[in-house]
Design a protein around this ligand. Sequence first.
Ligand code: PMP
Length: 426
Amino acid sequence: AGDGALAKRHRHLPNSHPTYFSRPITMVRARNCRFYDEHGRSYLDALNNVTLVGHSHPRLVEAAARQLGRLNTNTRFVYDVLSEYAERLTATLPDGLDVVYFVNSGSEANDLALRMSRYLTKREDVVIIDDAYHGYTSVVADVSPSRYRHYGKPDTTHPTPNPDRYRGRYGYDDPQAGAHYAAHVTETFDRLAAEGRAPAAFLFEALLAGGGQVVLPPGYLAPIFQTAARHGAMTIADEVQVGFGRLGEAFWGFETQDVVPDFVTMGKAMGNGFPVAAMVTTREISQAFDPAGRFFSTYGGNPVACAVGLELLNVVEEENLQDNALRTGQYLRDVLAALAPRHEIIGDVRGQGFYSGVEFVLDRETKEPASEETLIICERLKDRGALVYPTGPAWNILKLKPPLTFTPAHADEFAAALDAVLEEGW
Ligand code: PMP
């Protein structure tokens, strides 16, 4: 059955469509933190940033089925679950951020935030953090790393240095690292303003995902927000990967840096794998952009999406999952860091909550990325029943984004598998 699925996929999907692993696994089902393949083999999921509350959570399955069996239609109709969900969702955000635009993907959410910021400022340029990925629509591909960008358009994207304290100019030992990296962003704003092209927006993630699992240095975003305000630019927090309690210490990533953005975009974990996404902003911004209906999404905020999203918020709260992300996330990093003395290839272990990176290097002095090795390590881990995948500009970083239900026993199991793979060599 597996070969059939793969062969058909190759016939009917683009050649470039990625699969995890050189010998992909055909998955049949998944429950909580484990996948099961067509042969009944199980795999620990340390990789999947979509299933926030664990795979096939019974309460979400029930919520989706119940709503699908009762009412599912487009969002021009009025129904309770949308209003209730919007109320619950905005209650998790700082005061003022209470207008929700429901969409279907993280890309759409970012696209809409960019569109609004450009419309309202009447400017085109956007300042981003280097190496960050923001999605696949034409607009957001243009603010993602260059390999995703389109051609033939004037370049309005301005990357600023990745504030990576492992590789960058300012290290973990520099308490001013955040201020130094922020100063580069301010320079970019000032230079653009001097050229008569002050930016429309600053777009950021509160922990860089594709940028290499980089934790923002303390004191990084606050001065950038001051700069943006001084230049009349808007701020967009891309919470597609980091939101919903994953970072442990706060429900939203931007809260870890004590800033409040104009726009918050969210997706992925929001529906635990069911497509639910949104962009949230203030009433004032919303009214300035959209007094007479410049936006409508047929499926964004459909009843089933809202029922699933609402139940996810209930589960995160009732199962104390944000707190587990804080505690067990740190435990996972501790057991992984404990492997470093025995395995030279481990250059850095970092992260916040259940969002961690293990960076592999060929040499701890030169920090030359162990890119090929990282992919092989992931393949070997898969053979041992633990799923994780590389990320980062050089693809030499394991990104660990397990469900928030991951336990210390799961963390030990993962660390034991990694230890065995590194012991075995390649
Ligand atoms: N922003 C970030 C930070 C992402 O990681 C992604 C997806 N990987 C997106 C936006 C785009 O989300 P989607 O694939 O749901 O459109």
